[in-house]
Design a protein around this ligand. Structure first.
Ligand SMILES: NC(=O)c1ccc[n+]([C@@H]2O[C@H](COP(=O)([O-])OP(=O)(O)OC[C@H]3O[C@@H](n4cnc5c(N)ncnc54)[C@H](OP(=O)(O)O)[C@@H]3O)[C@@H](O)[C@H]2O)c1
Length: 251
């Protein structure tokens, strides 16, 4: 379905959303495996070129038109090409109808979805067979969930977008992956006020992503003990899905 990425030695990888959390851990994991890394986020200070030797810092804001394109131009000027691009930039604010905050919702969708489309438009012409583009979405994008106004719909759109791209690019040997993590302990999930089942460390998440990229599948989801339940729920008809989700989440 997708190329199997197993040998990282000398592979040129651009991570967008790499200053903290899962992206920072993925940078460490890939650097250990011999990849060359370009790291993007808004905070230049967070891009830690000292921790990831030889990394190319490319500060950018995915919500600002032209910012990703300028970073891509700097990347090509430095490297001449790129094998894998990974979109991890994301934002999350738990939101229910009683605290629905439209400016915050628009900001979340701009980072979690519009930025990903903008990235695809920016790098599509640079992708080559054997490499490709991966998008970090979430199991929160499978179906509607409580407290997930804005976050859930943005992630659902991202999964759908990745599916559309995959249909077109996979026959040309260009990989398109969607990554759907369960709960990972980062500054984003620190905003949750509920117990998170099967919570992973960022290092666990990075290792699961690397394993998934080696497997040749389209979707990389983890931890399986949690994501398989979410998948099962997502297949249910609404009359079963809504009461079960309310029961499990108290929502
Ligand atoms: N943690 C989880 O349980 C979980 C579960 C499922 C999916 N995810 C997804 O995994 C991805 C990484 O999240 P995380 O949990 O590791 O959170 P995180 O630590 O907050 O990382 C988010 C990254 O995105 C960058 N970013 C945010 N806004 C940006 C913007 N406008 N332009 C460029 N970069 C931006 C941040 O850096 P700056 O702030 O410096 O820009 C940071 O590097 C997100 O897409 C998230 O939705 C997380």
């Amino acid at each position: 379905m997708n190329p199997k990425l197993t040998d990282w030695t000398g592979k040129r990888v651009w991570l967008i959303g790499a200053s903290t959390g899962i992206g920072a851990a993925l940078a460490d994991e890939l650097a250990r495996r011999g990849a060359r890394l370009a790291l993007s986020a808004r905070s230049a200070a967070g891009l830690r070129p000292a921790d990831v030797p030889g990394a190319l810092p490319l500060p950018c804001d995915v919500t600002v038109p032209g910012s990703l394109a300028a970073a891509r131009d700097a990347l090509l000027a430095a490297w001449g090409g790129v094998e894998l691009v990974v979109y991890l930039a994301g934002d999350y604010v738990p939101m229910r109808t009683e605290d629905f905050d439209l400016p915050a919702a628009e900001r979340i969708v701009a980072v979690n979805f519009t930025g990903a489309m903008r990235l695809a438009a920016t790098v599509l012409g640079d992708l080559r067979p054997g490499g490709g583009i991966a998008f970090v979405a979430s199991v929160a994008g499978y179906r509607g969930l409580p407290r997930a106004l804005a976050y859930g719909p943005g992630k659902a759109a991202l999964i759908h977008f990745a599916e559309c791209l995959h249909l077109e690019l996979a026959p040309r040997g260009i990989g398109v992956w969607v990554v759907n993590p369960g709960f990972v302990a980062t500054r984003l999930t620190a905003r949750n006020d509920f117990g998170m089942p099967a919570l992973l460390t960022t290092e666990d998440a990075a290792r699961a992503m690397v394993q998934g990229l080696a497997s040749g599948g389209f979707e990389i989801h983890f931890p399986k003990r949690f994501t398989r339940i979410m998948k099962l729920l997502s297949f249910l008809p609404y009359r079963c899905y809504f009461p079960l989700v309310r029961r499990f989440t108290g929502g």
